[in-house]
Ligand binder design. Structure first.
Ligand SMILES: C[S@@+](CC[C@H](N)C(=O)[O-])C[C@H]1O[C@@H](n2cnc3c(N)ncnc32)[C@H](O)[C@@H]1O
Length: 190
């Protein structure tokens, strides 16, 4: 789903970059993220800054995808050396089965009412023992932002408990780390 204007602006802010650079990516790394020489896919790549950071870690291949044309244009303009695609994450059919070592999501599933389909697709494209790193907010935090800042998230049954249950159903083993805005996960396909 497209972002509201206010969330779109928040995603372009220097605060967002600061958070990804100094907090979220390092925390994923402490949880085991290592993309060097790996085939990686970023779901919901926004304006491409996460892709820029990930590419500094020298993956073998990187593709970032998202559904918002305006953001993908910014990503392609700012970082023309990296690959960004306009693509809905519920359909990853252009990627072969077991073709990715690592999939990364910085706060996206709570924007996608059909989030289970995205997890199904990720399960398919990950190699055996491949890893999914993701961060998502709690339902209460989504409600807070919608009530006070009118971020306008979609109606969805997404929640961390539901997501954890679905990861287990899809045979992922995971560890998680709570932070004030997001809960961070390292999930391994078994
Ligand atoms: C909260 S923003 C996060 C953007 C970026 N990951 C970041 O952390 O700055 C959510 C992103 O999910 C993308 N998105 C929403 N629905 C999507 C879908 N069905 N498939 C792919 N991306 C989607 C939006 O375009 C937006 O870029």
């Amino acid at each position: 789903m497209k972002l509201s204007d206010i969330e779109f602006r928040a995603m372009q802010s220097s605060g967002r970059k600061w958070g990804q650079t100094y907090f979220e990516l390092p925390l994923f790394q402490r949880m085991g993220l290592n993309v060097k020489d790996k085939d990686i896919l970023e779901i919901g790549c926004g304006n491409g800054y996460g892709g820029y950071l990930l590419n500094q870690l020298k993956p073998k291949s990187y593709i970032g995808l998202g559904v918002m044309e305006e953001q993908i244009e910014i990503a392609r303009h700012k970082y023309p050396q990296y690959q960004y695609m306009l693509q809905d994450a519920t359909d990853l059919s252009q990627f072969a089965n077991a073709s990715k070592d690592v999939v990364i999501i910085f706060g996206v599933l709570h924007h996608i009412p059909e989030w289970r389909k995205v997890l199904d697709e990720i399960t398919r494209v990950l190699k055996p023992n491949g890893q999914l790193f993701l961060e998502e907010p709690r339902g209460v935090d989504i409600k807070f932002f919608d009530f006070f800042f009118r971020w306008g998230h979609p109606d969805s049954d997404f929640g961390l408990n539901a997501m954890e249950g679905y990861l287990q159903l899809r045979s992922f083993k995971f560890q998680k780390q709570w932070t004030p805005l997001m809960t961070m996960y390292c999930a391994q396909k078994t």
